[in-house]
Structure formats: structure tokens, C-alpha cells
Design a protein around this ligand. Structure first.
Ligand code: ZN
Ligand code: ZN
Length: 82
């Protein structure tokens, strides 16, 4: 996993793709490469996983308030931070 010095926080608590589609999401994640906020794998459209497959951006954090963890797709690595 690459070292992350500064976390990209969600700009808005919405999945940009779900908003465009008028869909609903369950939880939100923020990409640490480009800063986009998209929905998790519990959501119907799994936009963040699709984003990873499309872009290769490897690391996301939970965008849910109070949750402090990150996930690295290529490494399947879960890490909490404080
Ligand atoms: Zn979505
Ligand atoms: Zn990204």
C-alpha cells in the first residue's frame, strides 16, 4: 500500500453516479487518488468498485462520519487510522 500523507475527505455526502441516475446508495467511500465520492459494495450499483476497475485508483476511505478506515483494492488490505 502506498503511503498516504493527507487524506482526501468527501466533498459532499452523496454518490455522484447515483445522483445522476436517481439511484439510492447504502454507504459512501472516497477515492484517495482523485477525491471522488461513490457508493460501496452494499449499494446496488457498487460505483466505487466500478471506479477502481475503470481507473485503477487503488485506495479508498470510508466517507461515513465516524468511520476511520481505508481499503486498498489491489492488496485487499483493510487498515484503520486515527
Ligand atoms: Zn453509486
Ligand atoms: Zn479515483
Amino acid at each position: 500500500m502506498q503511503a498516504i500523507k493527507e487524506l482526501k475527505e468527501p466533498k459532499e455526502y452523496v454518490c455522484e453516479e447515483c445522483v445522476k441516475m436517481g439511484a439510492h446508495w447504502v454507504h459512501l467511500r472516497t477515492c484517495q487518488t482523485c477525491g471522488v465520492t461513490l457508493c460501496c459494495d452494499d449499494s446496488r450499483y457498487k460505483h466505487m468498485t466500478k471506479h477502481f476497475h475503470r481507473t485503477g485508483h487503488p485506495v479508498i476511505i470510508s466517507a461515513e462520519p465516524g468511520e476511520k478506515w481505508m481499503w486498498c483494492y489491489p492488496d485487499n488490505l483493510f487498515a484503520e487510522y486515527s
